[in-house]
Design a protein around this ligand. Structure first.
Ligand code: GLN
Length: 295
């Protein structure tokens, strides 16, 4: 896999991400019984970007339950991750929690009643809790880089604010959002973090239940239908499992009952999803017979 020349293009709209080595490649699999198989740059932290949206969505569902669906939908958007067009027609309500607008609305809910620093601390602690590793950190250089250049996200947030979909000042919500996207994790940490989604909401290593089984099932459903933006149909067709990508080149993939997998290859395809990462997951899922749609 590492020797393949077809690697896509590294994201450059966040300047700090443009500095990442396009030749990096890491993969980590953690099976239901806790066995870890990994290779390449699997211990090297990378910017998880939109993969963080799985975890903020999980937190917000825990805090708000079904009230969350008043602020965000759960349908695939069929549009790029940073598109603004649907928002006008749908009166500021984003299609789902995994496109940027939806994730900003979710972060705004997490921020409500807190100072930005507290909300961010809560998000970071949740990440550390789910992967049982306190060394997970926020890459301040990436956060600052996105803060300087996040004009599209500012447009999305202001637009939603005009419809009353955001409660907090736009700059505060965006500040938390940019920092959550700048969380740095390795493939091993990310695979561990997703484990509760493969195991009906439980993390057997810590013995703790992260979410009820029914909620884990629903989070997986939204990952399958919306986790790769306008590439979600393609991912379901080729890989057949819930997954969530980020423009840092990471993908978290869940094989329910079987494994949690994280891959990292920074080159992206046209939809902003890791090009080689998807190919690696397709081949892994095929060889293991993991697709939820049958062999
Ligand atoms: N931080 C990125 C942004 O908001 C996340 C996008 C992504 O990973 N697809 O543009």
């Amino acid at each position: 896999m590492r020797g393949r020349p077809d690697r896509g293009t590294v994201a450059t709209y966040i300047p700090e991400l443009a500095c990442v080595d396009p030749a990096a490649f890491g993969l980590a699999v953690i099976t239901a019984d806790g066995e870890i198989a990994c290779g390449g740059d699997c211990d090297k932290p990378f910017s998880i970007q939109s993969v963080s949206k799985v975890f903020t969505f999980t937190m917000a569902l825990g805090r708000y339950g079904n009230l969350l669906w008043k602020r965000v939908g759960r349908e695939p958007s069929g549009s790029p991750f940073n598109s603004i067009v649907q928002l006008e027609r749908e009166r500021g309500i984003p299609r789902n929690p995994f496109i940027n607008a939806g994730a900003i609305a979710v972060t705004d809910l997490i921020l409500s009643g807190h100072q930005p620093r507290e909300a961010l601390g809560e998000i970071l602690r949740f990440m550390q809790f789910v992967c049982d590793d306190p060394s997970v950190y926020i890459d301040e250089a990436v956060a600052a880089s996105e803060q300087r250049t996040g004009f599209r996200n500012a447009a999305l947030a202001n637009y939603m604010k005009s419809f009353g979909v955001l409660d907090n000042p736009v700059d505060l919500t965006l500040g938390v959002y940019f920092h959550q996207c700048a969380i740095a994790m390795s493939c091993v940490q990310l695979a561990k973090a997703g484990r509760f989604l493969a195991l009906q909401g439980r993390n057997p290593t810590t013995g703790l239940s992260v979410v009820p089984a029914e909620r884990a099932r629903r989070i997986n459903a939204v990952m399958l239908t919306c986790g790769h933006y306008d590439g979600s149909g393609e991912f379901a067709y080729r890989v057949g499992l819930p997954g969530k990508s980020g423009v840092g080149g990471g993908i978290l993939m869940i094989a329910p009952g079987k494994a949690s997998v994280a891959v990292w290859s920074p080159g992206l395809d046209d939809a902003g999803n890791s090009h080689l990462g998807r190919i690696a997951l397709e081949s892994l899922s095929q060889r293991m017979g993991w697709s939820i749609f049958g062999a």
